[in-house]
Design a protein around this ligand. Sequence first.
Ligand code: KG4
Ligand code: ZN
Length: 337
Amino acid sequence: MIILGIESSCDDTAAAIVKNGKEILSNIRASQDEFHREYYGVVPEIAARKHLQCILPLIEKSIKKAHVTEKEIDHIAVTTHPGLLGSLLIGVIAAKTLAYTWGKGLVAVNHLLAHMYSVHMTNCITYPYIGLLVSGGHTLLLHARSVLDIRIIGTTADDACGEAFDKVAKHLGLGYPGGPVIDKLAGKGDAHAVDYPFSSMKDKHGKYNVSYSGLKTAVIYQTDKFKKKKNPTKADIVASFQKKAIDTLYIKVKKAVEEYSINTVCIAGGVAANSYLRKIFSEDKGIQSFFPPLGLCIDNGAMVAGFAYHKIKHGDIEKEKSRLNPFARIIKSENLI
Ligand code: KG4
Ligand code: ZN
């Protein structure tokens, strides 16, 4: 089964052709980083306009690169939620139009489930597992029971983890997006130079919940208060910040692993590219950790097409194409579906 996957939920326009849920025939992405850089964050209107500009040529390119014809495509899958509404609308309109004109099946995809599925594209993983989805917009701890049954057990009370990386980088004048720059610079710093507070929430707010606004504020305004080294460098500051931001996630995952008696852990989303995060999880012999390859951590069309394959197998395809709609938020709070 050949599926065209379209992703436009935030600031990356992406399209991919995937065969039978795993075989990536093409996976193309147009990053908008350069257009949002001067604002240190995604500007929704710019994002939507850029999607509009490049989505059709990008889809065309993904089909050409996969060496398939439009006739060979069985279904069209598109991210419908959650995300920026203006951005989602562009992908949804493109997918609907193509599905109508080419006479293809149309599949609505939850962006978060697609991110989690990205880990499966290059690994053989059995359910259940504890999932960690960390990106610029989301920080979720998940209990994954099957490909279509994934429950949220923890989240952030305020900023997402990736967002905290972006804001700290902005404050230190390191550019945008902040995650990759901090990751690189942290390698040259001393992670014990500043003892920032953990980003954990107290149990009454949900024992698996985190909060990044306190850590972010501590880095921006209180480095002097927490410093252990006399004159911490920028590299020391970001290494210390990164350690606390990631250690917090590690502690929460370990708690879930213990309480759910599950030792398989899958980590997805932009922050899953972080080298310190990969190191501490991989070095823990008490758990088996899986990650997507770096190219599938960021937003991409392959995870959308891959996940859609399983929805189709469960008969979950739009009966009436006209009814397909984007939503800014997830539809049910407990279960990601
Ligand atoms: O999944 P993604 O591409 O888009 C969203 O759905 O948000 O994630 C982007 C986020 C940004 O906040 C970026 O700073 C962060 O992922 N990120 C990283 C790294 N690479 C990207 N954070 C930490 N370390 C990295 N290496
Ligand atoms: Zn994403």
